[in-house]
Write a new protein. Structure first.
Length: 118
């Protein structure tokens, strides 16, 4: 399994920005489709953004134009740049890795808390 460690969460005011990082500990990162998910209290976990091994990206409608996902295969790290943050973005953010784009092989990080509040 790929081991994943998220960082970069915190408290930010509405309209502010944060950049999340997801560091992978195995070299399978480069052959893994990667994604960011989030889970707010009382809600189910939802996809925020995903990036394929080839660099193609997909975003939830709620974050399009505000969030940018990227990956650096040389550093085994994925990023999520979050701009124009809203209170409804408050959640625990998790990264996921799918080696060979195989969901049955998925690994999850432990998550990082993002709180958007004045």
């Amino acid at each position: 399994q790929v081991q994943l460690v998220e960082s970069g969460g915190g408290l930010v005011q509405p309209g502010g920005s944060l950049r999340l990082s997801c560091a992978a500990t195995k070299t399978t990162f480069s052959i893994s489709a990667m994604g960011w998910y989030r889970q707010a209290p009382g809600k189910t976990r939802e996809l925020v953004a995903e990036v394929t091994t080839g660099g193609s990206t997909n975003y939830a409608d709620s974050v399009k134009g505000r969030f940018t996902i990227s990956r650096d295969n040389a550093k085994n790290t994925m990023y999520l740049q979050m701009n124009s943050l809203k209170p409804e973005d408050t959640a625990v953010y998790y990264c996921a890795a799918d080696p060979y784009s195989d969901l049955t092989l998925r690994s999850w990080g432990l998550g990082t808390q993002v709180t958007v509040s004045s």
